[in-house]
Write a protein that binds this ligand. Sequence first.
Ligand SMILES: [Zn+2]
Length: 287
Amino acid sequence: MVHWEEVAAGVFRRRYEPHDVSVCVVRSADGLLVVDTRSSHREADEVRADLRRLGDLPVRWVVNTHAHFDHTFGNARFGPASDLGAPIYAHERVPAHLDAYERPMLAGWVASGREPKDEWREIVITAPTVLVGNTTTLDLGGRAVQLLHLGRGHTDNDLVVHVPDAGAWLVGDLLEESGPPMYGSGSFPLDWPATIDRLRVALTTGPHADAPVLVPGHGAVIDERFAAVQQGHLQVVADIVRDLYAAGIPVEAAVREGGDRWPFPAAGMAGAARDGYRQLRDTHPDT
Ligand SMILES: [Zn+2]
């Protein structure tokens, strides 16, 4: 069994299956801040039980790094309708994303009888209770945590949780380690590289700028070098999508036409092409 790993001073992380999703905890004298709530009420309850290993401190704050189901569908078990009654912080575009993508997806899973049926059926998709813009500082009681929206990328509602006193950056799915970055479901492939650029600039600030600790939403702890390499790959994807669109290649043929230029497995590139083409069409609606 994998236990909580203290990735930086007073910052803990546990990796959960399915999806190898990270749940992180920032501990202060006043309580625990929990980052992301997994895919269902049952999975969230497993997190709650595991939190007892970190002591008796109450969960006082919850943050969603973005709206995707594997980071938010456990919200109900932490939020105001639960016995914990914690506020849930997220970017201001999360509610709209939940309505546009996650609610219809869950309804489809329930209607189709997807397993585990009972687990999907009992989910009450719970929107965040405190919506934030580009920069917010939370005071955990002697410990500051910054919530940063650095631009569009994996979604239009990604938040990075920065713990300055520990040099920790919980980056959600803006960077991924155990699999390729995930496109589709509301991604912005053309903006993504510039967002990572802003992250890399931010990493150079603060007392731990010499060795920042980055925790991705999926996978092992990474460093600035990893971020730079993945940013390069994200840029290649953006460039290919622009080229194919400019050449008039239909979106259905984009994955094949990109051929071995894609830096990530072809299976994930249909989403990149679809969302990139959508961005380009929205910019130039007449073409
Ligand atoms: Zn995601």
